[in-house]
Design a protein. Sequence first.
Lengths: 369, 452
Amino acid sequence: MPNLHLAVALDGAGWHPAAWREQEAQPADIFTARYWTGLVAEAEAGKLDFVTIEDALGVQSDDPAHVQGRLDAVLIASRVAPLTHNIGLVPTATVTHTEPFHISKAIATLDYVSRGRAGWRVQLSARSNEAAHFGRRQIPALDPANLDQQVVADLFDEAADYVEAVRRLWDSWEDDAEIRDAATGRFIDRDKVHYVNFEGRFFSVKGPSITPRPPQGQPVVTALGHAEIPYRFASRAADVAYVTPTDVDNARQIVGQVDVKHVFGDLVVFLEPTSPGFTVEPFTSDAAVFSGTPSQLADLLLEWQAAGLTGFRLRPGRLPADLRGITRGLVPELRSRGVFRTEYEASTLRGLLGLPRPANRYAEGARVA
Amino acid sequence: MPKQIHLAAHFPGVNNTTVWSDPAAGSHIEFDSFVKLAQTAERAKFDFFFLAEGLRLREQGGQIYDLDVVGRPDTFTVLAALAAVTTHLGLAGTINSTFNEPYEVARQFASLDHLSDGRAAWNVVTSWDAFTGENFRRGGFLAEGDRYTRATQFLETAKELFDSWPADAIAADKANGVFLRDPHAGEFRHTDQHFDIAGRFNVPRSPQGRPVILQAGDSDAGREFAAATADAIFSRHGTLQEGQKFYADVKGRLATYGRERDELLVLPAATFVLGDTDTDAQEKARIVRKQQVSGATAIKFLEQLWNRDLSAYDPDGPLPEVDPDVSDQHIARGRASVRMHRDPIAVANEWRERATAEKLSIRELIIEVTGRQTFIGSATTVADSINELVQQDASDGFILVPHVTPGGLDEFADTVVPLLQERGVFRTEYSGPTLRDHLGLAVPDRPIREVA
């Protein structure tokens, strides 16, 4: 059986709404650099492939009993980058109200400051309150039980255009565009810096990027999906898709619908080191909720892996407790079964995921091929 | 006590000031170069590190301009990373108020301020050109005349967002299950000519309350904008007389806005060349100017005034006899300096007269008219010049622009800073953790705004 890939999804004090009240929780620190540095260092100590960092263009809830407020996820990832060495850093960034040009250079720069460990979790916003924070368009209030398929399809089409524009901008400089030719006084060979000329239904972007091609060439693009339209989007745009199977048969069925190199199963996890007897307050999520011992979780992951998933994005119910449960409980368990790394085998995120550094779409050789 | 000097380090940019051909010149994009300059500035107890920005690669004659450094990182992202490798240094970024939206920019600056424990600063710039707009959703939507109203309203909106959380909004009271003391934290509503937004801001109030605001405009509207809203103004008037005039002008505008004279710092950009002796420095400065203005660069500069293809001219020969083309279509795009030539024919006549009188070639003339370094001399001479300009109210300090990346500040840090410290005009230790502490600026009040 091939090695499993493991990521953790970091969000506030954890995915359970009451996680911030746990004894070990540090809710007053959520808006500090040391909080995030500590969490990512813990994930790196467990040799995980990458962390994702949740984000949104609005508050999480209007309930004063819940964690509210977030720092920008790209900036958290960047703040952590110089203090970590191997783990991939995959912030969430919303595409619906933002500029492809800005996100392209932000993720490219994250790739520079992390020396090739950047990824991006593409998120779109169908929330009318977030649209009102920008005031440039109206998004009708969507009823989750009865989604207007045309609105949803348009948002995903726009997201696909956005990722295409970002990917073109990442390639807009060839790797050897900077020449510093003293004889002619030219800093760049401008024949190797390209207009991207993206034109779509929703926007156009001329290019080139102001930021040279990042170390990985193309940072890793990831997206979460629960249904057919997002699966199609992920198949067009992503290197890693996160999906939310309910059981092993459902996992097999979803894997058949998503044409992406890596399909990761999302699970909310509550880990108890030894006794399986504890219970979590009633809680549901868009992903399946696991509660049990590391050994039981390892059994489940291997069963689902056999259905075609290449890895998992675990969402710790409580931080830092369930993150430690993953790094100190689950990881040794998986290693004892011979399915998880003991050392990092690559220095870039693409390397950890077995993705080669891609050729540049604008380079002469690539055009011929 | 003499006035205390403020100093900042400008990461070398994409003008010909930056000598990329120097054997010591390193990468302009690898993170190590940013770390090196920032750590040198922090070792020297500088107030802040400064990053410029331009959102489209420059062009001339319809082609990407290739003679200067090209390429730069995303401002916010690199500053957040620098917060991890420095502890006190302020982190100032240039962010455009035209091709951004207030909600996003405010949360990025508030995040940077949290992640740096209170060291963020925002250099607010405006632009309007459709050329840059081609990289963005709305294109070139803004008329030139509206750029300061947009910038003013953008900044006002951002301030409302920065102020939307009370400093003590978060209770995080585990026992009673109360995370937010104030359930309305973050609520805002703003409507004006440019923005119509409402909802809840999602970043709690940051350590400095708001980032420090810098402004760089030199026009009357720019100065007024700075007097009304900025904490520091980044000027280009580095000589005694021009500096004093500018200083008196902008400080004089503050009273109108109910502000004190020390609530707006004047920080001109400045270049420098150091030598063992003044003569040695003068010789080095001459060499640096020749590196900065190659024959090819001189022709390109001339084209910017003439607005014509002058590639057939010899940079070591005389200036063109043909007059500048004064049509609207400009040969150079993506450069702020282009619009400074308001009367190209008059300037061309002036340059031709000077070249004839002083027997200057094109290249020699461009070296003369594009400005020598601000400070040239031994460390003692430079320290004395800086101190004199500050004590005589030509500035409150300087934003220093080294000409070599990333080591171009080392000599200044090692030789000039200790002299300023001996004279008692520059800090030997940081007095506090935040950029506001370094600049002597108070944390702004949080006005209570009615959210209807």
